[in-house]
Structures are given as C-alpha cells and as structure tokens.
Design a protein around this ligand. Structure first.
Ligand SMILES: *Cc1c(COP(=O)(O)O)cnc(C)c1O
Ligand code: SF4
Length: 381
C-alpha cells in the first residue's frame, strides 16, 4: 500500500466516525486519548466484531483492561478479526483460557521490588514504574496485573534508593507507558534522575510512537534533548504500524539524538512468519530504530493463543541471521520465568570439533573449520 493510500484511509476514517473532529484535533494526542474506544458499542461502530470479540467485550471482567486509540483503530481491518493489529488490542475469548505454566506474574517481578515501583534484578540497572496507564492495552502484556488502574505512583522512595546505590548506572523508565505522563511531569522525573551523578543512561520504554504517534511533539523532543544519553525502547509488533505518521515521530526522536531500540514480542498469527518479521526489522532500521530484542512471549495468564514454540522461533531467527543486515537482527530472548532475567537463545552454529579445528555452521547451512587448538591442561579429562 502506498503512503498516500494509508493516509487517505485515515482521513476517511476520521470524517466518517468523528465528523466533528478537525485534522488538528485528530493530530492532538490528548484528543486521541480522550476519544479512545472503551466500550463494545462504540467499537462495533468501526469494526465488524466477531462472536469471540463481542462476547469477550460483553463479559469483560477487567482482567486486562482494554482501550484503542482512534488512530490505531483506523489501521485495523474492520472485516477481519484475525488482522494482526486488531489481535494485539481487541480482547477475545481465548484470553480467558489459562494454559499450564501460566501465571499473572510469570517473571516474579513482585519479588524483585527493592523500593515501591522499583524493580531490580541486576547490579547496574533498575526498572522504574512511573504510571500504570497505557494508550492501549496489549493482550499479551507481562504487566497486565498492574496496568490500567490509574493509581497514583510515588517516585520518591525509588529515587532515594537509586541515589544511595552508586552502582546503579542505568535506569529504565517503564510502566505502563511513561509517555502517557505529561511532558512536564516526565521532565521533573528526568531532571531528578540526571541530578544523580552515577546514573549514566536513562531509557524510556514505550509503545506510544506507534499507538499515538502524535504524542511525539516538538515540545516533547525539545524537553528530552538536554537529558542525554537517553534511549527509547520502542515496542513494535508489526510492519503495518510503521505508517507515515509513526515514521515522522521516530524521525523526530532520532533527530534529537535519542538511541532508538526495537522490542518485539513474537506472537502467533501476528508476526511469526519470516516475511512479516523481515519486513518489520528492515522497516525499523529504515526508521533508525535498531532491533534489540525479540521476546519469546511470557507465560502470562491467558496468552497461550499467542505463544509460538521456541523451536519455531529459532527457525525464524535462522531466517534473519545472515540474511538481513546485522543491524536489523534482534536478539531472541526468553525472560526466564521465576526471575532469571533475559536469556538469549540462538540457533546452533557450533557443530563440534575435529582435532584442532572447531566446526562452525553458517547461515546457509554450510560447515567451516576454524583453527582453534585446545590448550593443554585446560580441559579436564
Ligand atoms: C529487561 C530488564 C532490564 C534491562 O535489560 P537489558 O538487557 O539491559 O536491556 C533490567 N531490569 C529488568 C528487571 C528487566 O526486565
Ligand atoms: S504498552 Fe507495554 S505496559 Fe502497556 S499494555 Fe502494552 S505491553 Fe503492557
């Protein structure tokens, strides 16, 4: 589809479903948030709901809240409930089915809380939860136990903890989605963090540039710029999210010198085919986002229908490594249930040894030797 067609499509959507909204209103992120779809009746006006979607919305128990911005709804195929973008945000009955091994806090984050809203699993870095709100609620969210309540969150104890632990060099601002905070409030937090001398890197995790690209205003990037080095980990799921509007917001962030990293959850029927993954990873690089992690889907309660077998994930990785620019290849990781952290898994390339040679396999399945004599006495017999 051409950019022209996509943008036209959005304009037609606005005129049809929000006739009172001017282009300017549509382009205001707060308007987008205020006009989110949050009940079945209004969503049914724009999407032809399947029985599974309709029933899930009718008997919605708020286990995982749901909300969809008009902008993102306009990207969904109104006739196809299996449309990838639609499946990321529209509840279905499948999420009521809990499969073996799933739980509401599979990563045991609760046990890694060192101060209110501060998760620490590593010596040098921490995750700071700044809000429990998001623009839309991903059906596979690892933090679904926390999101959507709009609880006031205090940062003071977390900031005090970071201040008194000089070994912490890297703070990940997460949530929820931190870009849901007002620009002023986010600046207050950045200012406080930058005032801590040992904090070197600050990272923000967000899906906003793709759910509500209008959030990335000139005011926002202007505010961010003095707080370098600053990274933004972009939660990206499917190449259809990389619209001209999203592209413009990523360009703004990149032009402001923010390190952009892509994080993608591998999801069945959404992005678990080679063509889609390659298009997404190449698309991210084109927008100056370096694909960083491809996550195996966490065993969060009710996510079985999204999970892809690891063997398939590895096969997909084989189709990326060596076939795409190295810049476009993410690391495939499993966030270890129980709190072991992210563990990289990769297709096997070490085939063994023959005498003094190491046997290694390339991306075409061809074997090579590398001279690598074993040092005597090093190997236990
Ligand atoms: C993902 C994560 C981090 C950051 O890990 P990196 O590999 O440095 O990106 C830090 N703490 C926790 C608890 C995490 O889940
Ligand atoms: S944007 Fe992130 S925190 Fe919010 S629902 Fe999606 S995965 Fe969860």
């Amino acid at each position: 589809m051409s950019d022209w067609f996509i943008t036209q499509n959005r304009t037609a959507f606005r005129k049809r479903f929000f006739p009172e909204a001017t282009r300017q209103m549509w382009s205001d992120w707060r308007w987008q948030l205020r006009h989110r779809f949050r009940d079945a009746t209004s969503l049914a006006r724009v999407l032809h709901l399947s029985d599974s979607e309709q029933t899930a919305l009718d008997r919605h128990t708020q286990a995982i809240p749901w909300a969809i911005t008009p902008y993102y709804a306009a990207l969904m195929d109104p006739e196809n409930p299996l449309h990838p973008l639609r499946r990321t945000l529209v509840p279905t009955l499948a999420e009521h089915i809990v499969t073996p091994g799933e739980s509401i806090d599979p990563l045991d984050e609760t046990t890694a809380i060192v101060a209110p809203n501060l998760i620490r699993r590593h010596i040098d870095r921490v995750v700071l939860l700044t809000t429990d709100l998001c623009a839309g609620y991903c059906r596979y969210c690892t933090r679904s136990r926390l999101v959507g309540e709009g609880k006031p969150i205090t940062w003071e104890p977390a900031l005090a903890y970071i201040t008194t632990h000089p070994e912490i060099r890297d703070v990940l601002i997460s949530g929820g989605d931190p870009l849901l905070l007002s620009t002023n409030r986010l600046e207050c937090l950045l200012k406080r963090l930058r005032a801590i001398p040992h904090v070197e890197l600050i990272r923000i995790g967000s899906r906003m540039p793709l759910l509500v690209p209008m959030r990335v205003t000139r005011k926002l990037v202007g505010m961010l710029k003095p707080y370098h080095p600053l990274g933004l980990s972009l939660h990206a799921t499917h190449p259809d999210e990389l619209t001209p509007e999203a592209g413009a917001s990523l360009e703004r962030l990149a032009d402001a010198g923010i390190l952009l990293a892509g994080q993608t959850v591998l999801l069945a029927g959404i992005n678990d085919d080679l063509e889609t993954l390659r298009t997404l990873m190449r698309g991210l690089v084109r927008h100056r986002v370096r694909p960083y992690y491809l996550y195996q889907c966490d065993p969060i309660s009710g996510s079985g229908h999204f999970r892809v077998p690891v063997s398939r994930g590895l096969t997909l990785m084989e189709g990326l490594v060596g076939h795409l620019s190295g810049y476009a290849v993410p690391r495939y990781v499993i966030d270890a249930p129980g709190g072991g952290g992210k563990i990289p898994i990769a297709p096997a390339t070490l085939a063994g040894r023959e005498g003094d040679d190491l046997l290694i396999k390339n991306h075409l399945g061809q074997f090579y030797r590398y001279p690598d004599p074993e040092i005597e006495g090093e190997k236990p017999c």
